[in-house]
Design a protein around this ligand. Structure first.
Ligand code: TQI
Ligand code: CA
Ligand code: ZN
Ligand code: ZN
Length: 161
């Protein structure tokens, strides 16, 4: 079953459009994977819409790649282990560990960026981890085919918004 963060933080009532911004550490081929992940959340929630902005100041969500200590108190740890993290609403920061072997699409020995992006966007929207093994918010990285959102993820986001 899905769960929320302590206190169920969420984006404000009426704020259904969120903008995202890629900092200059984001590889250009990573962007379409994020765009697909945002589109998946938008289509299942029928609540949120997302669009890219070039204006970091006004952006709701800020995406970047970093390695080691990158100034937010949650240092990355080199290849493996922690792959990415995102903060609960309404922080909006989403960071990927630049030292991972990322792939666009499932590939043996690589981590599929779109799957991780789907999971981290769930955190950005207010979902904590789920106990349903097939849910995107389940705290184990799935292997093989790129995963889609599960009914449990959709139920969770619909319960929060
Ligand atoms: N990063 C953890 C995660 O996103 C960081 C984390 C732990 C976290 N607890 C949290 C973030 C609570 C927000 C709220 O879960 S990770 C997976 C999964 C990670 C893990 O790199 O370990 C995915 C990133 F679910 F597969 F384990 C993406 Cl999909
Ligand atoms: Ca790592
Ligand atoms: Zn970080
Ligand atoms: Zn997680």
């Amino acid at each position: 079953h899905y769960s929320f963060f302590q206190g169920s933080p969420r984006w404000p009532v009426g704020k259904t459009h969120l903008t995202y911004w890629f900092d200059d550490t984001t590889p250009s081929n990573a962007k379409p994977a994020f765009v697909r992940a945002f589109d998946k959340w938008a289509s299942v929630t029928q609540y949120f819409t997302f669009s890219e902005t070039q204006d970091s100041q006004s952006s709701d969500i800020k995406i970047g790649f970093a390695s080691g200590d990158h100034g937010d108190g949650n240092p990355f740890d080199g290849p493996g282990s922690t792959l990415a993290h995102a903060f609960a609403p309404t922080d909006g920061r989403l960071h990927c560990d630049a030292e991972e072997s990322w792939s666009i699409g499932a590939l043996a020995n690589y981590t599929d960026l779109e799957t991780v992006a789907l999971h981290e966007i769930g955190h950005l929207l207010g979902l904590d981890h789920s106990s349903v093994a097939d849910a995107i918010m389940y705290p184990t990285i799935p292997t093989g085919a790129v995963k889609d959102l599960h009914d449990d993820d959709v139920q969770g986001i619909k319960a929060l918004y």
